[in-house]
Ligand binder design. Structure first.
Ligand code: ATP
Ligand code: MG
Length: 268
């Protein structure tokens, strides 16, 4: 069965896109068939996959509005090794245009159904809002990954997100599950990072992924080369963390037992 994973946090700049692009590429490197969906009008996941959003005429916008088939809009990210449903600023209009359409929350899910079992994993990079686009992702997904930066305000807003997930579960998608919280931009030298990280572990227990994604310059540089960091510099600490994260997801998927926490340090 295709595993649809939404990468969600309405907070901006917490690492959703970095996680989506590198998870997609790392799963592809592990031999999985992967589709990455850029559900953000910013088009960052599209650019980070090496596809020029300005030159892309058909996007996920056309799919959501029923103007094109998903399979016809998918493009290949050669560098990432996965397929991509691209996005650009046109998608911003979908928010308003979808409101009057039937099944407005379920349009992404319906589009994915047309792809059958083509992919083992579909990763959905969401915009920084709890908008209708995000609700479409939550309706289509079985699982949610929440990237979180371990800083003072990290937990603020989490209750709104959990509330949205609960409402989607109650009305639209009963089997939706929070797969886990991923700590991003982790700085082991910061006491605050460690405190917030421990707070997350005590609140959410096994829902916190073992993998820690360090703050790593290669992760920030890779998008400017249109190449996921796990492909561009696989030896970097950031790339290694995302490879470990993909392995953790595959391990959970296969139902393997838990192992010891894994820290990935600083540096490149
Ligand atoms: P938005 O809410 O705008 O969509 P986002 O949650 O998708 O943002 P990203 O775009 O992934 O967040 O990351 C925000 C910025 O931080 C980007 O410039 C990215 O390159 C950088 N960044 C992300 N993760 C890391 C990391 N682990 N180390 C260093 N820089 C990072
Ligand atoms: Mg983003």
């Amino acid at each position: 069965m295709t595993r649809v994973i939404a990468v969600v946090n309405q907070k901006g700049g917490v690492g959703k896109t970095t996680t989506s692009v590198n998870l997609a590429a790392a799963l592809a490197q592990a031999g999985e068939r992967v589709l990455l969906i850029d559900l953000d009008p910013q088009g960052n996941a599209t650019m980070g996959s090496g596809i020029d959003k300005a030159k892309t005429t058909r996007t996920v916008y056309h799919v959501l509005l029923g103007l094109a088939e998903a399979a016809a809009v998918c493009v290949r990210s050669e560098r990432g090794g996965f397929d991509l449903l691209p996005s650009n600023r046109e998608l911003a209009g979908a928010e308003i245009e979808l409101v009057d359409l039937p099944n407005r929350e379920g349009r992404l899910k319906a589009a994915l159904a047309t792809l059958g079992e083509r992919y083992a994993f579909v990763i959905v990079d969401c915009p920084p809002s709890l908008s209708l686009l995000t609700v479409n992702a939550l309706t289509a997904a079985q699982q949610v990954i929440i990237p979180m930066q371990c800083e003072y305000y990290a937990l603020e807003g989490l209750s709104d997100l959990v509330g949205t997930i609960k409402r989607v579960r109650a009305h639209l998608n009963p089997t939706l599950d929070i797969a886990g919280l991923l700590r991003t931009m982790y700085d082991p030298r910061s006491t605050l990072t460690q405190q917030v990280s421990q707070q997350l572990e005590s609140h959410f227990g096994a829902k916190v992924y073992r993998t820690l994604v360090p703050r790593n310059v290669r992760l920030a540089e890779a998008p400017s080369y249109g190449t996921p960091a796990v492909v561009w510099d696989p030896a970097s600490k950031g790339a290694q963390a995302y490879a470990a994260f993909a392995a953790e997801i595959l391990e959970r998927e296969r139902g393997a037992g838990a192992a010891q926490p894994q820290a990935v340090g600083e540096g490149t």
